[in-house]
Design a protein around this ligand. Structure first.
Ligand SMILES: Cc1cc2nc3c(=O)[nH]c(=O)nc-3n(C[C@H](O)[C@H](O)[C@H](O)COP(=O)(O)OP(=O)(O)OC[C@H]3O[C@@H](n4cnc5c(N)ncnc54)[C@H](O)[C@@H]3O)c2cc1C
Length: 292
């Protein structure tokens, strides 16, 4: 794989991905870049496409499980490197994909704009949240999106409407594209009331999370009509362990990577849980976690 001279300063080889993922495990990226401007992101995507090199976009790393073999391709990190700017115009807010979702939520609430406050406490970037249509309390981020600016696989840029982005339950048609920024259409509301609502949600979200465990993930999508937490408790899988990975005993919707955990442990645990749930309930649990 040959990168043009003007991109070489951005490219690192065999970059460990474990430290960049919330689960803290997994192998290296064959090529890795943290571009600082949109033009470089576009060039990287184009060059990789021309040479048939697979590309993966990294946000905050809170929803990925990297295999032990790592990624045989180019990983482009957008977390904090390219635009994390947030601009407000009336009731619209445009946010760079690399911005933390928590910053966007706090900024919108502080400006008296409602529509994102229910997402408080979800880790990661705005890009990651929009691509995976992150949701909380039964409401997804896609419902507040007006448009999405993204790079196509061939390197061309495109602005998509909410409809074109295809938001459905924890899914979008943005997978495989590189989201650069997102414009939200929000509603003018009372700042104090919004702030109180956000604080209340923040407290209840923290109470339903294993706070002592730094290396966690939320592997499953809530199936229709029942939170994954309740389902896993009902079928007796809370606390189940495989090697050095377990589901939390109190909050089984979270997977915990203990000291010594490997990606293979995670994959084995996930498969065991899915098999058991299918066997006992007939429900096919969908994965939220992206396996790299
Ligand atoms: C403690 C905890 C709590 C969580 N709570 C929730 C919750 O309540 N609701 C919920 O929906 N999720 C939740 N999650 C899952 C996760 O935080 C979200 O899915 C989050 O939106 C992922 O964002 P990220 O930036 O970390 O994405 P990453 O993990 O970096 O990436 C996830 C996927 O998005 C893609 N991606 C990231 N950025 C871009 C971009 N700019 N362009 C194109 N593709 C991109 C990646 O390629 C990857 O496939 C939780 C996770 C944890 C660890």
């Amino acid at each position: 794989m040959d990168f043009p001279d003007d991109l070489m300063h951005l490219i690192r080889t065999d970059e460990p991905l474990g430290p960049l993922a919330w689960l803290g495990i997994g192998g290296p990226a064959r090529f890795y870049a943290e571009p600082i401007n949109t033009g470089d992101v576009q060039r990287l995507v184009t060059v990789a496409a021309e040479q048939g090199l697979p590309v993966r976009i990294l946000g905050g790393g809170s929803n990925i499980l990297v295999r032990e073999s790592g990624v045989d391709g180019l990983v482009i990190s957008l977390a904090g490197s390219i635009s994390s700017e947030i601009a407000i115009d009336g009731t619209e807010m445009t946010v760079g994909a690399g911005a933390k979702l928590s910053h966007a939520v706090i900024k919108s609430v502080g400006a008296g704009l409602g529509g994102l406050e229910h997402l408080v406490g979800i880790p990661g970037t705005v890009g990651g949240a929009v691509v995976g249509n992150a949701s909380a309390g039964g409401r997804d981020i896609g419902s507040a999106v007006k448009s999405v600016n993204a790079i196509e696989k061939d390197g061309s840029t495109r602005t998509m409407t909410q409809q074109e982005a295809g938001f459905s339950h924890r899914k979008t048609s943005l997978v495989g594209l590189t989201v650069l920024d997102v414009t939200f259409a929000l509603e003018a509301r009372d700042v104090l009331a919004l702030t109180k609502r956000m604080q209340k949600l923040w407290i209840s979200r923290n109470a339903s999370r294993p706070t002592e465990e730094p290396r966690i993930a939320m592997p499953f999508v809530d199936p229709d009509g029942m939170p994954a937490k309740d389902l896993l408790q009902t079928v007796g899988l809370a606390g189940i362990r495989e090697g050095d990975v377990s589901l939390d005993g109190q909050h089984p919707q979270y997977l915990i990577a203990h000291s010594g955990a490997t990606s293979d442990d995670c994959l084995r645990l996930i498969e065991r849980v899915r098999e058991q749930v299918l066997l006992q309930t007939g429900i096919g649990l969908q994965l939220n976690l992206q396996i790299w």
